[in-house]
Design a protein around this ligand. Structure first.
Ligand code: CO
Ligand code: CO
Ligand code: CO
Length: 308
């Protein structure tokens, strides 16, 4: 076992031979958007992401489905599965089966099997002073999908957010590999700051975050300003309370965005300083137009996040 439950990471990694390790992960959740095809895409991209976050390549995927067939009919389910299948194909993996049960609330996702060379695994730990933290997708998923549930999501914000949630982290992981990244994770329920905290925990370093360089989908701040913030953002923030250092005045709305739980978020990678510009250039070529350096690892710290 190279990566197991002792130090949980994005996925489990099991060594098969000297040059080959198996990656296993599973993820599924209820609908985050109204359109079943987009929901299927997003759930599949989210499940595949944990393989990319470990530096791996997905080989096979299996559908996990909970669905009220009698109540909603199978047309909607077919759309969900089509969306998922399209993203599995785009990832270059094969859909090889699955399992469906009856359930009042729909849920969909994938169990994914991938491979990685043991020397090329990305983990959450191992950051070093000077490393630049690059985020590859904009934030806003929790806030915008909360607005959607309340019927007040601006159409352009929602459309853009769906685009990013349905974007594979494949290209981002290829860039990470190319610039020699060792520390990487994907942004999901703990929000940007929660995932940064995991990265620096017990590393004897701090992370200095340049709050204004953090990319977000247009409209996110305005919704947060109006109080449209999922409960998870508050939970995330409370969890981090003794880890945060305010080096500047950061307004509450910005804190909500930084702690906003993401669905199918981007990769957060630690890139050596001299490689950061090259990484950004390559990420833009992969059409990850929001990719940005959001902070830096600094020495002699206590695992705190300094916000400025
Ligand atoms: Co993950
Ligand atoms: Co996951
Ligand atoms: Co079965």
């Amino acid at each position: 076992m190279l990566v197991g439950t002792e130090f949980p990471d994005d996925a489990a990694v099991y060594r098969i031979s000297e040059n080959l390790a198996l990656i296993q992960t599973v993820d599924f959740f209820p609908p985050v958007v109204d359109d079943p095809y987009h929901y299927g895409e997003i759930a599949a991209v989210n499940a595949l992401s944990d393989v990319y976050a470990m530096g791996g390549r997905p080989l096979t995927a299996m559908n996990i489905v909970c669905f009220p067939c009698r109540k909603l009919g199978t047309d909607i389910l077919v759309e969900i599965l089509k969306g998922g299948a399209r993203k599995v194909a785009e990832a270059g993996a094969l859909l090889v089966g699955g399992h469906t049960i009856n359930d009042d609330e729909p849920k969909y996702g994938l169990a994914v099997t991938g491979v990685v060379s043991p020397g090329e695994i990305f983990t959450k730990g191992g950051v070093e002073p000077g490393d630049q933290l690059i985020l590859t997708k904009p934030l806003g998923a929790g806030i915008i999908t909360t607005a959607l549930k309340g019927g007040i999501a601006p159409a352009h914000s929602l459309e853009e957010m769906i685009h990013w949630m349905a974007t594979l982290n494949k290209g981002a992981a290829e860039v990470a590999r190319k610039v020699g990244v060792k520390t990487c994770t994907d942004i999901t329920g703990f929000g940007l700051l929660g995932h940064i905290e995991e990265m620096i925990r017990d590393s004897g370093v701090d992370a200095v975050i340049n709050v204004h360089s953090v990319p977000k989908v247009e409209g996110t701040l305005a919704l947060a300003e109006a109080g449209v913030v999922p409960g998870g953002a508050k939970v995330n923030r409370d969890f981090l309370c003794d880890k945060l250092v305010f080096a500047a005045e950061i307004d509450e709305v910005m804190m909500d965005v930084l702690c906003d739980p993401q669905t199918s978020g981007g990769l957060l990678m630690a890139v050596k300083k001299e490689k950061a510009q090259e990484a950004l250039r390559l990420l833009k070529i992969k059409r990850l137009s929001y990719a940005a350096v959001v902070g830096e690892i600094t020495p002699g710290g206590k695992g705190q996040i300094v916000l400025k």
